[in-house]
Design a protein around this ligand. Sequence first.
Ligand code: 5GP
Length: 201
Amino acid sequence: MEQSAENLPFCIVVLSGPSGSGKTTIVSRLVQESPVKLIKSISATTRPAREHEVDQEDYYFLTPEEFEERKQRGEFLEYAEVHRTGYWYGTLKSELERAQKENGWVLLEIDVEGALNIMHEYPDALTIFITTPSEEEFEQRLRDRGTEDEAVIQRRLETARRELEFVDRYQHCVINDNLDRAIIEIKDILSNKAGELNNHA
Ligand code: 5GP
């Protein structure tokens, strides 16, 4: 049963993991099923929208100039250039306010660099890394998606290897060997955090 986070202290939940780890599916399941109401933060990016993507739903698609201006104005909680693509991604502070207004915890699905910045600024944030059982499986999942060309796949594999070095910095690492099992594990992590915050409230 979902519990409104209204009576709980606010919490930032950070989820990272390589593309191919099943992160996106996990995020949409969690938004539906989490024991504590979760509001998914909509990131800003300078990457062009993909065919099915909708501005202000999937991302706030910004020009590099707009991104830079907002950065200068201090509107970002964190930002990073992801996958060495030259594209910037960032979490707007206004997304935190939106989640708070909606009585939820904010869920950030961000890369390792952004996550490390959040850990530094907000040590109380709940941080979870999602991964696959093996590198072979991870590569297979990436290929199965069939959305990216070989150069992109290679770059994502390289990023994943680099990102895996930071797993230990996260409070939790969840292996997505089975989606339902992984979801249950994350829901338990969220319930425990809610219990912890309740005890300290
Ligand atoms: P994609 O371009 O496939 O939508 O996303 C690429 C990567 O960007 C994802 O793996 C995600 O973790 C990362 N990302 C998305 N939004 C943000 C953000 O706001 N900040 C940071 N640091 N990374 C993000």
